[in-house]
Design a binder for this molecule. Structure first.
Ligand SMILES: Cc1cc2nc3c(=O)[nH]c(=O)nc-3n(C[C@H](O)[C@H](O)[C@H](O)COP(=O)(O)O)c2cc1C
Length: 290
């Protein structure tokens, strides 16, 4: 894979799409899209929504003042509504150029969108200001879920039926259901095995490289021993020193070959043998790439 470096001018590239419903000061309602929405766990089993609002907006103002909101998941059939609600500011008057059904929360008195198949009713627990943004940590007081989605719990939802909009700066829809959690672990085993095999190859290469180094040293000692011995024999009439040196060198080469294991299989320690098909250990059958 070759990745380009791009300027970090946009946050998460895969975002969910929601429309936040809030109460205006005059008891009317306001809706606006938000995609900087994620979750966290407050205490065991108690989950929260985390929503980040930037700059100034009616939604942000209402959330700070009233502390109540609905978070309406946007499905594909709500795209026109989301586009419309995002193109207008609550400050400029009611967003009522198009019709959309509005209900009220069951546990929290907030406006909800009839078109949404999944609605959270929330209360702001905590806010964190960071530069131009305020991040809201919201307790979930109720979830309204379309009965047609089926499933017993929140994890048991067929997202292809829910058909949520995925936002990346553009609108996308979901592809297919890929599987359950754990379905892909057998593939991890294959990858793990391949990794182990690669490690084994690397270790083997190291062992062979070490054996080759020992054999090079051994050959150098033998070759120099023979050269010195031959020149000693040529000079035998005047001096015996080169002859003695040559013999000593050959003995050193021979001893070195035993001590270093240059002629032994690095795996089982027995002598290996070269044949037309390569070098194999007679005893353990390992191929030694010499
Ligand atoms: C797809 C989409 C996602 C958005 N997500 C966010 C968001 O997460 N946070 C935010 O502050 N504004 C977000 N906006 C911008 C507000 O929805 C927009 O400014 C809106 O007009 C605010 O309306 P209001 O003043 O009535 O609250 C988003 C807009 C769109 C179209």
């Amino acid at each position: 894979m070759i990745r380009n470096n791009v300027e970090p001018i946009y946050p998460v590239c895969v975002q969910p799409a929601f429309i936040i419903g809030t109460n205006n000061k005059d008891k009317t309602y306001n809706f606006a899209p938000a995609s900087w929405v994620s979750g966290t766990e407050k205490e065991e089993g108690k989950y929260m929504l985390v929503i980040s609002m930037t700059g100034t907006s009616r939604t942000k103002e209402n959330m700070m003042r009233d502390g109540r909101l609905s978070v309406n998941l946007v499905s594909r059939d709500m795209l026109t509504l989301m586009d419309y609600l995002g193109s207008k500011h609550g400050e400029d008057g009611p967003k009522d150029d198009i019709y959309y059904g509005v209900g009220r929360g069951k546990n929290i008195d907030v406006p909800t969108l009839d078109a949404s198949p999944w609605v959270y009713e929330c209360e702001v627990d905590k806010t964190v200001n960071n530069g131009v943004s305020t991040t809201f940590f919201c307790d979930i007081r109720n979830i309204q879920k379309d009965i047609n989605l089926g499933g017993e719990d929140q994890f048991d939802v067929d997202l292809t039926v829910l058909d949520p909009v995925i936002y990346s700066g553009r609108y996308h829809s979901l592809g297919e259901m890929l599987g359950e959690v754990g379905d892909f672990l057998p593939d991890a085993d294959i990858i793990r095995d391949a990794k182990k095999e690669k490690q084994n190859h690397e270790e083997e290469a190291q062992v062979i490289a070490e054996l080759q180094r020992k054999r090079e040293i051994m050959y150098i000692l033998y070759v120099w021993g023979i050269i010195i011995l031959l020149s000693g024999m040529a000079l035998a009439e005047s001096t015996m020193i080169p002859t003695i040196l040559g013999v000593v060198m050959l003995v050193v080469a021979w001893v070195y070959s035993f001590i270093s294991g240059a002629n032994e299989c690095p795996y089982c320690g027995t002598r290996f043998e070269k044949s037309g098909h390569g070098t194999f250990c007679k005893s353990c059958g390992k191929r030694l790439e010499l």
